[in-house]
Design a protein around this ligand. Structure first.
Ligand code: SAH
Length: 394
């Protein structure tokens, strides 16, 4: 097995089972290691530490797969890891109301760089690293065998691939072509999901549990759903008896799906869509003195690097101030951030700042996170990214 040697003192994170080794921690490596190959990671004095795959072109030079010296990275290894990950979702598989959920959550499932989502009888795979690229055909075959799904589609069009020197690749990997759209069920609600062209792998599965919590406040309510995408929160709100839901999104394609989803669920067509930049639309609605009982803010990731934290903070503060100003006294703000770099503590401070600017008092009623199919590995806190609050705003 080719080997890399760490610099003295750089073994601590490996002992703590953090799965990443940054290029700056590596003292030297054997000549001629193929990018994407499996390597042994050794302490500076040669003691064996762990095994993973290498990409010398990435700042994350090695992603660790095992800390057990006798565990070889061969087909059985991948099959074991996949079966484990899938087993962790047994309770979701057994659910009669849900057939769309994440099967593999990358590092957090011991499978760095690999995302697999299940949409009814179809799988969608995202390969984020060169290491996973090497094993992709095998992984596709194993996944279809284990799950009995009809086909596996690849959506490797995430920006992070560029850090690995990889181009985007989308298309059928194995089995049959998924229908356009795939029809799925989430907590008893039906959704049309475009797995070939939708965002990420087609749907924001991480918000499943949170949609149910928000729905508890939507009976009889006038709801404003900003950054609505295809209306995930809106369908739950209407099913819970909302009077009407106004949706804001910059994507016309996403907004068009809201009507499809409303019809699928045989819900009253009490939806309005406003296409545009939510920052501007929220401001306009506020200035037009429109007010709501529930405001949902689920923006895209604002902070991709520490350098962007300041701008991201200002963005979150601005929309949260507007969201509060758009609420009637006693209204409910459901506010989220999926920027991993903004932790829950910072997010709470930002929302507090927004409440001061809005001249409103808020009380956190629920603290929310990502669903159980997006677990957080204790040794890899980076796997926690989604946080949210439900705030009663006076
Ligand atoms: N709440 C949604 C997911 C939201 S994802 C759900 O439950 O499915 C974030 C959404 O914000 C995307 O649909 C994206 O098109 C939209 N978006 C991104 N930037 C925006 C902007 N400046 N104004 C309005 N919408 C925006």
């Amino acid at each position: 097995m080719p080997a890399v040697w760490l610099k003295a003192g750089k073994e601590k994170s490996v002992h703590n089972r953090h799965p990443w080794i940054f290029s700056g921690a590596i003292a030297r490596q054997e000549q001629g290691i193929a990018p994407g190959a499996i390597v042994d990671v050794l302490q500076s004095d040669g003691v064996w530490l762990a095994r993973g795959y290498i990409n010398p072109h990435s700042q994350i030079a090695v992603r660790l797969l095992t800390w057990d010296a006798i565990e070889q990275i061969e087909p059985n290894f991948w099959e074991r890891r996949l079966r484990h990950a899938i087993k962790r979702r047994d309770s979701l598989r057994a659910s009669t109301g849900t057939n769309a959920y994440r099967l593999v959550h990358a590092e957090a499932d011991g499978l760095p760089g690999l995302i697999v989502d299940r949409y009814a009888d179809w799988l969608v795979l995202q390969s984020l690293t060169l290491g996973i690229e090497q094993w992709k055909p095998l992984l596709a075959e194993l996944l279809l065998n284990i799950t009995g799904c009809k086909g596996i589609y690849e959506r490797s069009d995430a920006e992070v691939r560029s850090h690995e020197g990889l181009r985007f690749t989308n298309g059928l990997l194995k089995g049959g072509q998924p229908p356009a759209p795939v029809r799925v069920m989430e907590n008893g609600h039906l959704f049309a999901v475009d797995v070939c062209h939708g965002h990420k792998t087609g749907f924001y599965l991480d918000q499943r549990d949170n949609r149910s919590v928000v729905a508890q406040y939507c009976g009889g309510a006038q709801v404003l759903n900003a950054f609505s995408y295809t209306g995930g929160f809106s369908i739950y709100a209407l099913a819970a008896g909302a009077q009407n839901v106004t949706n804001i999104d910059s994507s016309a394609d996403a907004l068009r799906m809201i009507e499809v989803n409303t019809t699928l669920n045989e819900l009253p067509a009490q939806t309005k869509v406003l296409e545009g930049d939510a920052f501007q639309v929220l401001r306009r609605l506020r200035d037009d003195a429109l007010r709501y009982d529930v405001v949902i803010l689920d923006p895209p990731k604002f902070a991709f690097s520490r350098a962007q934290l300041g701008t991201a903070t200002r963005g979150y503060k601005d929309i949260n101030m507007l969201g509060m100003q758009l609420l009637r006294p006693g209204g409910i703000l459901a506010t989220f951030s999926c920027s991993g770099l903004v932790d829950e503590d910072l997010f709470q401070k930002i929302v507090f700042g927004a409440s001061i600017d809005a001249g409103r008092e808020g009380r956190i009623m629920h603290r929310l996170g990502q669903g159980s199919d997006h677990p957080t590995l204790l040794s890899f806190p980076e796997s926690a990214y989604l946080k949210g609050f439900i705030i009663c705003v006076d």
